[in-house]
Write a new protein. Structure first.
Length: 90
């Protein structure tokens, strides 16, 4: 869990470049699409607004608890896969 906290802390503290955050956002969008979820459905499952999900997908930093919930519970993928994958999400 400490490694996950370090990753999400770096993400929130802008250790990731703007370009990297946009890439993470694209992966979040691809993961959502792969599950066949609308913005609204993902938002309800994560406990945030659809606008929040949209902003995260555009590259705004997501709070660590939301990012973890989206990846592990809603999209059923690993946080590492979203943050560090070198290939596009399937």
């Amino acid at each position: 869990m400490e490694a996950t906290n370090n990753i999400t802390k770096a993400y929130r503290e802008k250790a990731f470049t703007i370009e990297a955050r946009k890439t993470v956002g694209q992966r979040l969008q691809q993961a959502r699409a792969a599950k066949g979820l609308t913005l609204e459905q993902a938002a309800i499952a994560a406990g945030v607004t659809a606008n929040n999900i949209h902003c995260y997908e555009q590259g705004s930093p997501a709070p660590p608890d939301v990012l973890i919930k989206l990846t592990s519970e809603v999209y059923r993928c690993s946080l590492h896969e979203i943050l560090h994958s070198s290939t596009p999400y399937p």
